[in-house]
Design a protein around this ligand. Structure first.
Ligand SMILES: [Zn+2]
Length: 249
């Protein structure tokens, strides 16, 4: 199984709707592919978040009526629509297809791309601490962590141990943010862990730091040297900004 096939199957797999043979194939691929494995973990945490937030709705009457109306129709051309409606109704009524539901909920124009990225970054930070999957490569040696990313990303993250400045490098891992594989570097400041998500910058590097508080975590976005840095931690904003600045202005 290649990555494109794996991505196609991930949603069905997350909903336990994938047949056994393909599930085995996918599991084998996930073991050997860090990028797809990161995508799967991201999907799982989204599912968990939706489940925990009690986002369950009864199907509205209009949708029930529409399903009944289509069920009465006999033409073959209505079948795909009917199946889709039934699927949608089922997911809305029972909340079983959490990923589908999340996709619907996350689509409204009210949620900006920026909001979505920040929320995903905080969710990834929390998940990395909760499931004890902080690092794929645990090392304070930048010469070990940097080459580990080779061939796993389409860009080269800058990996520096800032122990001398009070931010020792803990390690790195692949993560999945904003629909792409990103590098996550993990630093420590006393007892606080800091995730630094890195991906190619959309704009030419602007040095200023954008600091925000999301659900009790500080998030700093910052672009430098053609890369976007998104730092997330429960560390205070001042010290987090010190680390952000170390990645360049
Ligand atoms: Zn893959």
């Amino acid at each position: 199984m290649n990555c494109a096939e794996s991505r196609l199957f991930l949603h069905a797999y997350a909903d336990a709707e994938l047949d056994v043979a393909n599930s085995r194939e996918l599991e084998r691929h996930l073991k050997s592919c860090a990028a797809c494995s990161a995508a799967q973990k991201s999907m799982q945490s989204l599912k968990m978040a939706v489940r925990q937030s009690l986002l369950r709705y009864d199907a509205p009457d209009s949708l029930r009526k529409e399903v009944r109306r289509m069920a009465r129709g006999s033409g073959d051309e209505t079948r795909p629509h009917l199946l889709q409606s039934l699927r949608l109704w089922r997911s809305l009524a029972f909340g079983t297809t959490a990923v589908t539901l999340a996709a619907i909920l996350l689509r409204p124009a009210g949620v900006s791309e920026r909001d979505r990225i920040l929320n995903e970054a905080v969710a990834s930070h929390v998940r990395s601490l909760m499931v004890e999957h902080l690092t794929d490569v645990a090392s304070s040696d930048q010469h070990t962590v940097k080459p580990w990313f080779n061939g796993k990303l389409d860009f080269a993250p800058v990996v520096t141990d800032f122990a001398a400045q009070g931010f020792p490098l803990v390690g790195g891992r692949l993560d999945y943010l904003n629909g792409r594989t990103v590098a996550a570097l993990v630093y420590r400041r006393n007892k606080h862990f800091i995730n630094v998500f890195i991906w190619p910058a959309a704009n030419a590097g602007r040095g200023e730091l954008a600091v925000e508080n999301r659900r009790g975590y500080f998030v700093i976005n910052h672009e430098a040297g053609g890369l976007h840095y998104c730092l997330v931690s429960d560390l205070n904003a001042e010290e987090l900004a010190q680390l952000a600045k170390l990645f360049g202005q």
